[in-house]
Design a binder for this molecule. Structure first.
Ligand SMILES: *[C@@H]1O[C@H](CO)[C@@H](O)[C@H](O)[C@H]1NC(C)=O
Ligand SMILES: *[C@@H]1O[C@H](CO)[C@@H](O)[C@H](O)[C@H]1NC(C)=O
Ligand SMILES: *[C@@H]1O[C@H](CO)[C@@H](O)[C@H](O)[C@H]1NC(C)=O
Ligand SMILES: *[C@@H]1O[C@H](CO)[C@@H](O)[C@H](O)[C@H]1NC(C)=O
Ligand SMILES: *[C@@H]1O[C@H](CO)[C@@H](O)[C@H](O)[C@H]1NC(C)=O
Ligand SMILES: *[C@@H]1O[C@H](CO)[C@@H](O)[C@H](O)[C@H]1NC(C)=O
Ligand SMILES: *[C@@H]1O[C@H](CO)[C@@H](O)[C@H](O)[C@H]1NC(C)=O
Ligand SMILES: *[C@@H]1O[C@H](CO)[C@@H](O)[C@H](O)[C@H]1NC(C)=O
Length: 570
């Protein structure tokens, strides 16, 4: 318990957490109250109820628990999202990925989600489809190279959501995961001090940040700089920290651009995620590195690179991409051995142990057909890194780039992908979100950003966009005169919505209160506040000297109801 004494005020923070109601909720596959840890259960739990969608269906699976090829034929309506969940178990092999696929006429074949299934216990497979057509489809459960008879499936459930219902569900989750109910309890010496006292609350720093990438053009355009600093509190540089940028010629390091951008960010209170210590794609090595054939030589220059860039920016970053795209690519593994990534993360965590060290991949949440970087594979890679000797205490992070194609995003798949990525307990960031320009770009960008914001594992989003002058030509947020594009309007709207507006709340005398030690107790109404840091000021217009401020953090750590007690010597 913290106590503040500030002249008139003694503040006692008293924090109450309410346990979530009903442990039965834990088994609801559509509910996000449960921890994201994916358990494997001896019995597939009986699930009940409907969580705000329509057309709730439960499919009967063949009594033997064996699954036929097609689970069910269902009719989809364009624009609706269908959440599907099922409990799956392997009959023979100890562990293998099992996925759900939706197949229809005209070659429609949508991959809807997957889970690492096991033998001997049931794993929850979640996913679904956002239909971009109307018509009937068949649901399949499959594991590459396994006969259907080797997979058991039970309790298959499907729920249909129209756009309004999906949005409503997102908003309900946001209420739970991004906000707390706060109530102030104030104890006064004198009733007349209570009367008319008002609490003003102003958010200093939101805990969820919607950031934006920046590139060196910001150093050359004051308008770009102004545009940026008036909006964003989080960034990552596109190329300027990369090895090919800082050491284009062997032995000649040049951090000029990166340093200047770092300084610009720091001067304006903008947090920076480092991108990237190394990149596992051979194509993107500095040209001179590509010509190295002696592994010992490569090891030497690689160690030099890691030390150079990480020591330079130590203490100034909020995270590092360490071995970019190391699920897609394996240049360093090929050259230096199968544990190259794990060793690099190990070195990185010794150099900068306090910030999350990210695995950063593309296509994991945005393109289900790229099975190489499926969420299960990304998690597997991170587990491999963390289980390497010495890495068990490493602070990890999962970066999902989010370069979306110009088509309707599959929000049910995206949600299931985030579930899987979140299962390690590391923060998940969307790190490079964009989408090619096309008529529905803004609408679909909004769907994607809201889906990420309403997922408990997602701790930050970085857009891959900027004003026209920056050259980001997919997600262009302002034109050459720095007037917002429609995409820019969307981002400004979300920035506004995801930070708390200042509020003023009155203190009310509470009738039934004990006047312990002759003191008068007053309460504020309960208010719902977004997580973040606040400046709270208590004033009373009739008592000019009754005025003081303190800072308050509203955080999920304190449970859903946060009660703040203030003792006022007036
Ligand atoms: C259950 O599965 C078995 C084996 O796959 C099959 O022979 C049988 O017809 C199925 N029963 C039903 C009711 O679908
Ligand atoms: C079970 O899996 C093993 C390999 O893990 C394979 O050799 C064996 O044939 C499988 N048995 C059946 C009944 O499919
Ligand atoms: C979605 O469903 C709700 C509840 O059934 C209904 O009131 C609403 O009109 C529907 N919205 C759309 C866009 O279809
Ligand atoms: C309470 O405040 C009023 C007005 O300032 C004053 O007249 C009164 O004496 C105070 N009472 C006590 C107990 O301090
Ligand atoms: C690598 O570095 C070590 C120690 O700094 C040095 O002895 C060795 O010659 C270097 N190897 C190559 C191939 O440059
Ligand atoms: C990777 O590290 C593990 C754990 O130290 C070790 O067992 C394994 O042999 C290593 N693999 C390679 C390819 O070096
Ligand atoms: C764009 O910005 C310029 C300069 O700020 C302004 O004069 C102009 O009216 C704006 N155009 C539109 C279409 O808003
Ligand atoms: C507060 O101001 C009032 C007059 O406005 C004065 O009578 C009182 O002594 C002041 N209280 C303190 C603690 O300074």
């Amino acid at each position: 318990m913290k106590r503040f004494n500030n002249g008139f005020f003694q503040l006692v923070f008293f924090l109450i957490s309410l346990p979530l109601l009903g442990s039965g909720l834990c088994m609801d596959p559509f509910s996000y109250d449960q921890s994201l840890q994916s358990e494997c259960l001896m019995e597939p739990p009986q699930t009940t109820g409907n969580t705000g969608g329509q057309g709730f269906k439960e499919f009967k699976i063949n009594e033997s628990g064996g699954i036929r090829n097609v689970v069910e034929r269902v009719d989809l309506q364009e624009g609706n999202t269908y959440s599907v969940s099922a409990w799956v178990k392997l009959r023979n092999e100890s562990q293998r990925k099992v996925g759900m696929t939706f197949s229809g006429k005209n070659g429609i074949n949508v991959f809807g989600g997957e889970v690492m299934a096991k033998r001997g216990c049931w794993s929850l497979l979640k996913g679904g489809i956002t239909a971009d057509f109307s018509g009937s489809i068949d649901i399949f459960f499959k594991s590459d190279g396994l006969a259907a008879s080797e997979i058991s499936v039970q309790n298959v459930r499907m729920q249909r959501f129209n756009k309004t219902q999906w949005r409503l569900q997102q908003d309900q989750i946001i209420e739970k995961i991004r906000k707390n109910t706060v109530r102030f309890q104030m104890s006064f010496q004198n009733k007349s001090a209570l009367k008319g006292s008002v609490i003003s609350i102003e958010q200093i720093k939101p805990s969820f940040l919607l950031g934006c990438a920046m590139n060196y053009q910001i150093l050359e355009s004051d308008s770009y700089k102004e545009w940026f600093v008036s909006r964003f509190r989080l960034t990552s540089f596109t190329n300027e920290m990369k090895w090919y940028a800082t050491e284009a010629v062997r032995g000649q390091e040049n951090y000029k651009l990166a340093d200047s951008m770092m300084q610009l960010a720091e001067e304006n209170g903008i947090l920076v995620k480092g991108h990237t210590v190394l990149w596992d794609d051979k194509y993107w090595q500095p040209n001179w590195v590509k010509t190295i054939t002696d592994p010992q030589d490569l090891k030497n220059v690689t160690l030099n690179r890691i030390n150079s860039v990480m020591k330079r920016y130590k203490g100034r970053l909020v995270g590092w991409d360490v071995m970019n795209e190391n699920v897609h690519f394996n240049y360093f593994e090929n050259m230096l051995g199968g544990n190259a990534s794990a060793i690099v993360y190990s070195l990185a965590s010794k150099l900068d142990p306090d910030i999350p060290l990210f695995l950063n991949e593309f296509n994991t949440v945005e393109y289900a057909k790229d099975r190489v970087v499926s969420p299960v594979n990304v998690v597997k890679k991170m587990q491999e890194i963390v289980s390497f000797p010495g890495n068990s205490n490493m602070k990890g992070g999962i970066g999902a780039q989010g370069h979306f194609a110009p088509i309707q995003p599959n929000l049910a798949y995206m949600r299931s992908a985030l579930d899987t990525l979140g299962s390690l307990g590391f923060p998940v960031w969307l790190t490079e979100v964009d989408m090619d320009k096309f008529p529905d770009q803004v609408k679909y960008m909004e769907d994607i950003l809201r889906e990420a914001y309403s997922h408990p594992a997602v701790k930050a989003i970085i857009l891959y966009g900027g004003p026209e002058v920056s050259g980001f030509n997919k997600l262009t947020l302002a034109d050459k005169d720095f007037n917002n594009t429609q995409a820019g309007d969307l981002i400004d709207k979300l920035l506004q919505e995801w930070k708390q507006e200042p509020v003023e709340i009155p203190i009310q005398h509470h009738e039934h209160n004990d006047e312990e030690e002759g003191r008068i107790i007053g309460f504020s109404p309960e208010i719902s506040l977004l997580h973040g840091h606040y400046r709270v000021t208590v004033t009373n217009p009739t008592m000019k000297n009754l005025s003081t401020s303190f800072s308050l953090e509203v955080t999920k750590e304190t449970g859903h109801l946060q009660e703040v007690q203030l003792v006022i010597d007036a």
